[in-house]
Design a protein around this ligand. Structure first.
Ligand code: GRF
Length: 202
């Protein structure tokens, strides 16, 4: 049973999928805190509805990104968090944060990395005209969407797809693979060697 901390800035559908996976016993873990940099994030409401502790931390109260991250890490350490899950968290983590939770931070990105990193990945995919896109769960390193890949799932993109329709298609897959990746971590089955993540058999 691992202690999970989730960082989210927005609507929190991935958080919801993770909460449900925990409640259904598909993840052997506990979400001990949900932290947001956005007071109005719907993710905070979702957590409250499930009696999960929440904390809003206002960036304006800190003099730089590192000081902000120090505060976030302090909250996570207070709760003895063992895995940090980024679920639509709109801040790039500093070196300080990544070092404090080395190989213990996961992110989900709505594209098949290394294609279309950064913002608006689904728009980038539609504009490029790819026939396949999808989502990627990866460990977080110093770069943007560049850490070792844990799981990926593809979706077909048709010429009629819009950014909005692709967002929806990919979200369904996100909600499947994020809980799966967290469960694999909680079982101690993810082994990182260089860029590769090996998944140990049970
Ligand atoms: C998802 O598309 C995720 O891939 C990206 O941010 C979005 C968050 O959505 N990192 P939600 O807040 O989980 O609904």
């Amino acid at each position: 049973m691992i202690n999970i901390g989730v960082l989210a800035s927005g609507r929190g559908t991935n958080l919801q999928a993770i909460i449900e996976a925990v409640e259904e016993g598909k993840i052997k873990g506990k979400i001990s805190i949900v932290i947001s940099d956005n007071r109005n994030a719907f993710a905070l409401k979702r957590a409250e509805q499930h009696n999960i502790e929440t904390q809003y931390i206002d960036f304006k109260c800190f003099k730089n990104r590192e000081d902000y991250d120090k505060k976030v890490v302090e909250c996570l350490k207070d709760k003895e968090i063992e895995l940090v899950v980024l679920a639509g968290y709109m801040r790039i983590l500093t070196h300080y944060f990544i070092n404090a939770y080395k190989n213990k931070i996961m992110n989900i990105h709505p594209a098949l990395l290394p294609s279309f990193p950064g913002l608006h990945a689904q728009r980038q995919a539609v504009e490029y005209g790819v026939k396949l896109s999808g989502c990627t769960v990866h460990f977080v390193d110093e770069g943007v969407d560049s850490g070792p890949i844990i799981l990926q799932k593809s979706v077909e993109v048709s010429a009629d797809d819009t950014e909005e329709s692709l967002v929806e298609k990919i979200l369904k897959k996100e909600h499947q693979i994020y809980p799966q990746a967290i469960q694999l971590f909680s079982q101690g089955r993810l082994i990182i060697k260089g860029r590769k993540v090996f998944i140990k058999k049970r």
